[in-house]
Design a protein around this ligand. Structure first.
Ligand code: SAM
Length: 342
């Protein structure tokens, strides 16, 4: 059962709280009995926050003020430890809409990376849905598990991570036509399309999130070439913030201009040929070695994380998860004590 953290109500032990101090400096803490936030500006006991409404202002030992708010999921994913690059909230929102991730859905995801998109999808499928995330690298799966534990307080029972390559592992986990939705965020999604076509229910949606136009072209042509899907649709999402202050109303000077492209297509029923499929002039759909070279991680600008760095990220993520579990335990004990006293 995916029980997402309480999004409102007075702060309690076990809650994560984002504190914004002077000059906008952020500190994210998990409230623990006896816990304290130490900065060069003084000490703030966690107990000072317990019982206050979300959105309160608290002062530390030297009267420095902090605005206290529960982090939104978008705040959490942007600040959590990362093994691999994450899907940004702007793209996650579009993925949920375009892949039609619905409550109760059975969703396949690959790869899990740092688990950012997994958290959004777990929220969208709700407690009656099922998310199965495939990941080639165990260390990335560890980061994702730890991040989910930190945010949710525990690993949700309706989420499973399978270690392995999706194209090889998917048939063992999903029979033909048993997945409602498949979301691919990986370097070479076209390699997985045959296995995805087998696992998807007729009418089910496959969504690919890719970083470069060359990947987009290759996966679109591959999907088209199978004849098993509707015509692929592609898009990218740009969000431009605005500065709105009195008469100074203008777009922000800076924005995240490019993250990735989304491509969606729907699985046709076996043997179905849509009426508007026309035979087109032959395009360049065959790729040689030189084309493949263009999609290596280095060539597409994917920063390769060193093993040492990755081990550090895993440790950071696990430390945060341990803190969240400890705090959830403290809170359970406090609740039990309160119930016994009442
Ligand atoms: C960019 S990351 C995914 C990020 C993730 N969506 C998030 O929001 O945190 C891509 C991941 O896909 C994994 N991967 C690549 N090809 C795969 C495959 N064929 N099967 C399973 N995992 C794969 C990589 O190891 C990497 O962790």
């Amino acid at each position: 059962m995916t029980d997402f953290p309480r999004p409102s109500g007075p702060f309690r032990y076990g809650d994560r709280v984002q504190l914004t101090g002077p000059k906008g400096k952020l500190h994210t803490i998990t409230l623990r009995e006896g816990g304290e936030l130490h900065t060069h500006r003084g000490v703030l006991p966690h107990s000072a926050l317990v019982g206050l409404p979300d959105g309160s202002v608290v002062s530390n030992s030297s009267d420095t003020e902090y605005l206290a708010l529960r982090p939104l999921l978008r705040d959490f994913v942007m600040s959590m430890p990362r093994g691999a690059a994450i899907v940004y909230p702007k793209d996650a929102a579009q993925i949920l809409a375009q892949a039609d991730i619905f409550p109760g859905a059975t969703v396949v995801e690959a790869g899990v990376g740092s688990g950012a998109l997994s958290l959004w999808m777990l929220r969208a499928i709700g407690p009656t849905g099922r998310l199965v995330s495939f990941e080639r690298r165990e260390e990335f799966a560890e980061v994702a598990r730890a991040n989910a534990t930190t945010f949710l307080g525990e690993l949700p029972a309706n989420w499973e991570i399978v270690i392995g390559d999706l194209s090889a592992a998917l048939p063992a986990e999903f029979g033909p036509g048993t997945a409602d939705r498949v979301v691919l965020d990986m370097l070479a999604p076209w390699e997985c399309v045959p296995a995805v076509a087998e696992a998807l229910v007729p009418g089910g949606v496959v969504l690919c999130y890719v970083a470069t136009a060359t990947q987009l072209s290759r996966v679109a042509e591959f999907i088209r070439g199978t004849g098993l899907f509707t015509e692929p649709e592609s898009s990218e999402t740009m969000i431009r913030g605005w500065h709105v202050d009195g008469l100074a109303v203008r777009p922000d000077h800076r924005m995240v201009a490019h993250t990735g492209f989304l491509l969606t297509a729907r699985r046709l029923a076996p043997g179905a040929i849509p009426p508007d499929v026309r035979r087109r002039a032959v395009r360049k759909t065959a790729y040689g070695d030189e084309d493949v070279e263009v999609w290596t991680p280095g060539a597409v600008g994917d920063r390769q994380i060193t093993d040492k760095n990755l081990r550090k990220r895993v440790r950071d993520a696990e430390r945060a998860a341990e803190g969240a579990l400890r705090a959830a335990g403290d809170r359970r004990i406090a609740d039990e004590t309160q119930n016994e006293t009442a």
